[in-house]
Design a binder for this molecule. Sequence first.
Ligand code: 0GY
Length: 293
Amino acid sequence: MSAAAKPYIPWHPNPSRPHYVPPPGAVDAHCHVFGPAAKFPFAPTRKYTPVDASKEQLFALRDFLGLSRNVIVQATCHGNDNAALLDALAAAKGLARGVASVGADISDDELRRMDQAGVRGVRFNFLKRLVDFTPREVLTEIAQRIAPLGWHVVVYFEAPDLAELEPFFTTLPTTVVVDHMGRPDVGLGIDHPQFKRFRAFLRDNPNVWTKVSCPERLSLRGPPYDDVTPFARTLVEEFSGRVLWGSDWPHPNMTKEAPDDGLLVDIIPKIALTPALQQALLVDNPMRLYWQR
Ligand code: 0GY
């Protein structure tokens, strides 16, 4: 069976209503739309085929969870065709921004159009199970093209690859946002050199931010994902002005089960212990990065 034809776990059909009430204006800074495939076909190069996850479903979940805005990140199953993302941004009435995926062949006109539509960044993905290799020169060229727009680069990699990637990341001329805390092996604990290295990377590079997202993806123990909480809490406390939170709905490529999105929201007060930290994580930081320039 090809990777794209593997069975796929859809998102939670009936999430709980969270007990935690986010502050007004809270932003879900990492989520996706998939398809609908009949209108926005998935890329032939994709490594998985998800079920459709529409903009209407995303916006309904946003409201149900007590959130106000979304940052929609282009997922690899749509390749460099950002049509579904742009369609969602156009329908969001200013309440969504986007992170696109582009090749070096993107025209300046198209970049400008995407900027007007609400795109504020590009994503570079280094997970071999998700994408084919792109030469660093190509990524450098893209980063140089988007920098004048005030956009940033979102990077997705796994913790053991940071050593090899860091010299490249430090050449990027923009803000750099790391997905999912750089995907630590949470079994190693927060005092292991792997997580210390990640914190040093943020400490040494004030232009680097991170999303404290995806406990469900990183957890070894399963819900309520308490083995991931110390990692996120440590980053929120040390880098309070450079952290973002995201639901990761509709949770691509979960291997056992899709998380309860209400539970994910209820984890927020465990990783951001004070109202001030919650306000920075959920409102002030994402608003600065995505809605103000
Ligand atoms: C995520 C995680 C994943 C997938 C993608 O673009 C994608 O296909 O992001 C993953 O499989 O870990 O960030 O949502």
